[in-house]
Design a protein around this ligand. Structure first.
Ligand code: ADP
Length: 300
């Protein structure tokens, strides 16, 4: 789904209904003006030419708008139906677990396993709802971005410190190579926090026991941008997975095995946030060796 932020007046004239109305009204207006003012022949030709050109422009614009509108509706419907499908899977798991637990004679070991499975499924359900509502808010433009000056180097150090307990839990070491010079960007702090935590958490979750996560922040020599990168020594991904990585709900088979409660929405959300900051995002990854995600943001 595209991120929509249109001026109201422009938005009004882009509505297919308004454009259909214009298509009908333009030839009538032209004919009316020519007859009503009884224009001399050369002005009649000129008026007809102007109205014919306007008619053609509006016609093409309408065809474009209707196609774009249809595509958008289709994408929205497919997002909702895919989300519903994704939610049905953990919900079915929770229902199955409850049915099994209700049976008589369940052993203690089975009870523990069913409870664990129920916990993972309900966690996944709640993760999907959290990510889905963030994405919906961003795409509706309801969640306005509040841009303010932010010192990126200090912010990145804080993000690393906050991620340390999670890294410890996964047996991973996190460190930073952060510019000692301050780097000022115009950013929405809350959204950047979502971006950092998604990239860092992924680098921790999809890592190996004893693995490393390195967060780097530097000012690029050219282009007036800051570069953030998050590297890991984890599972990496194949070339074909790399192409689908920013698609909603995409998860590699290995990621599903490693972290069953994942949603496949985090990177989509990260990309939306980066684009709202007029930045760019890409990655380098080798299967079995690790990945590095790069983000650039314009500096102030
Ligand atoms: P989630 O982590 O909930 O699955 P994301 O959108 O954050 O959702 O990630 C989508 C998929 O991208 C993951 O399931 C995984 O397959 C892949 N991925 C993301 N980050 C990494 C990483 N650092 N290393 C390897 N694979 C990754």
């Amino acid at each position: 789904m595209a991120i929509r932020k249109t001026n109201r007046v422009v938005g009004f004239f882009k509505l297919p209904e308004v454009q259909f109305f214009l298509i009908f009204i333009i030839p009538f207006t032209g004919a009316f003006l020519i007859n009503y003012f009884n224009l001399p022949e050369q002005y009649q030709m000129l008026t007809m030419a102007v109205f014919a050109c306007t008619f053609i422009v509006v016609l093409f614009q309408t065809i474009y708008s209707v196609t774009a509108h249809r595509r958008m509706r289709k994408e929205e419907n497919s997002f909702i139906s895919v989300t519903a499908h994704q939610m049905r899977t953990p919900l079915t798991a929770v229902r199955w677990v409850l049915q099994e637990l209700a049976k008589s004679g369940v052993s203690d070991a089975d009870r523990t396993e069913f409870t664990r499975m129920g916990g993972v499924a309900s966690q996944k359900l709640s993760n999907i709802i959290d990510d889905f509502s963030e994405i919906a808010k961003i795409e509706d433009g309801q969640l306005d971005f509040h841009f303010a000056p932010l010192e990126l180097a200090a912010f990145a150090r804080q993000m690393i410190t906050e991620a340390e307990p999670v890294a410890k839990q996964y047996g991973v070491t996190i460190s930073g190579e952060i510019s000692s010079e301050p780097i000022e960007v115009m950013a929405d702090q809350v959204k950047l926090e979502i971006m950092f935590s998604n990239l860092i958490n992924n680098a921790i979750k999809y890592n190996k026991q004893g693995g490393l996560v390195t967060v780097r922040v530097r000012r690029r020599a050219v282009g007036g941008t800051a570069e953030i990168s998050v590297s890991d020594t984890g599972i990496g991904m194949s070339a074909s997975d790399k192409e689908k990585i920013f698609t909603k709900f995409f998860r590699s088979d290995e990621a599903k095995r490693k972290n069953p409660a994942g949603t496949g929405l985090g990177l989509y959300l990260v990309r939306s946030i980066v684009l709202q900051h007029r930045g760019s995002i890409w990655l380098e990854s080798t299967q079995g060796i690790g990945s590095t995600f790069f983000v650039t943001l314009p500096t102030k």
